[in-house]
Write a protein of this length. Structure first.
Length: 244
């Protein structure tokens, strides 16, 4: 007597045909990414990179400030003075040399702000700029203006009026030292750099891809079908005999 054919064991529940695919969650992150982002640069390395960029911008501004001091000492109009006995008088009492020195400083600072902002933008455009570029331009522009003011005074005519009067003698002429009458001129460079950097970033800055709309489907990981092993016939089963 042979054992009747027995049906194979039912497939486990996990191996059954999947039902209808569930609708993808539009707010779920893409496959392989996490909510905080995968593969991002460590915070410490990013801070060091930003600090290095900002320090480089400040150093470049200080170098430009040295050039600005020489230009100001050379181009600023000088106030003529005359020695009259024991008095020092203005050679041109109605002259506008003091205001002219301020105007020259403002114009040179405006040009320095444009040059430094353009250079910083071109050097950091590939990396997308960053807050360090703006902070470096603001700090570097202010320090560069202060340095140009102080070094320009040192490069210009002497501040020792008594010594200069004794040197030229009675009836002699000499120039007074250059100085700023309006200290707000020191802010022209950093303010101009900020405005130019903003305009360049808005017009030619690196663009980030717009995120997809919330209704767009998010790519999900392809489902891996589970393969169940083929069912084997029970041992000792005689297939040659038909059903009884």
């Amino acid at each position: 007597m042979t054992v009747p054919n027995t049906p194979p064991d039912p497939a486990p529940a996990d191996a059954q045909a999947p039902g209808p695919a569930a609708a993808p969650d539009p707010f779920a992150p893409p496959h392989g990414a996490t909510a905080l982002g995968a593969g991002t640069t460590p915070l410490g390395e990013r801070l060091r990179s930003e600090a290095w960029v900002g320090a480089s911008v400040v150093l470049a501004c200080l170098v430009v400030g040295l050039v600005m001091s020489g230009l100001w000492a050379w181009l600023a109009p000088k106030v003529p003075l005359v020695v009259d006995g024991d008095r020092i008088l203005y050679g041109d009492p109605e002259g506008e040399q003091r205001a002219g020195a301020d105007a020259v400083f403002v114009l040179i600072g405006l040009g320095a702000g444009i040059v430094t902002a353009l250079g910083a933008f071109l050097m950091t455009r590939r990396r997308g700029g960053g807050i360090s570029v703006a902070v470096g331009l603001a700090i570097g522009g202010l320090l560069g203006s202060i340095g140009a003011w102080r070094i320009g005074r040192w490069l210009g005519p002497s501040t020792d009026l008594i010594g200069e009067a004794r040197r030229v003698g009675d009836g002699g002429h000499f120039d007074a030292s250059i100085d700023l009458g309006a200290m707000g001129a020191l802010l022209v460079w950093p303010m101009a750099a900020m405005v130019v950097l903003l305009l360049l970033s808005a017009a030619f800055g690196k663009r980030e891809e717009d995120p997809p709309p919330y209704w767009a489907p998010v790519a999900q990981a392809p489902a891996v079908p589970s393969v169940s092993p083929p069912a084997q016939a029970p041992t000792g089963t005689d297939f040659s005999a038909g059903p009884r």
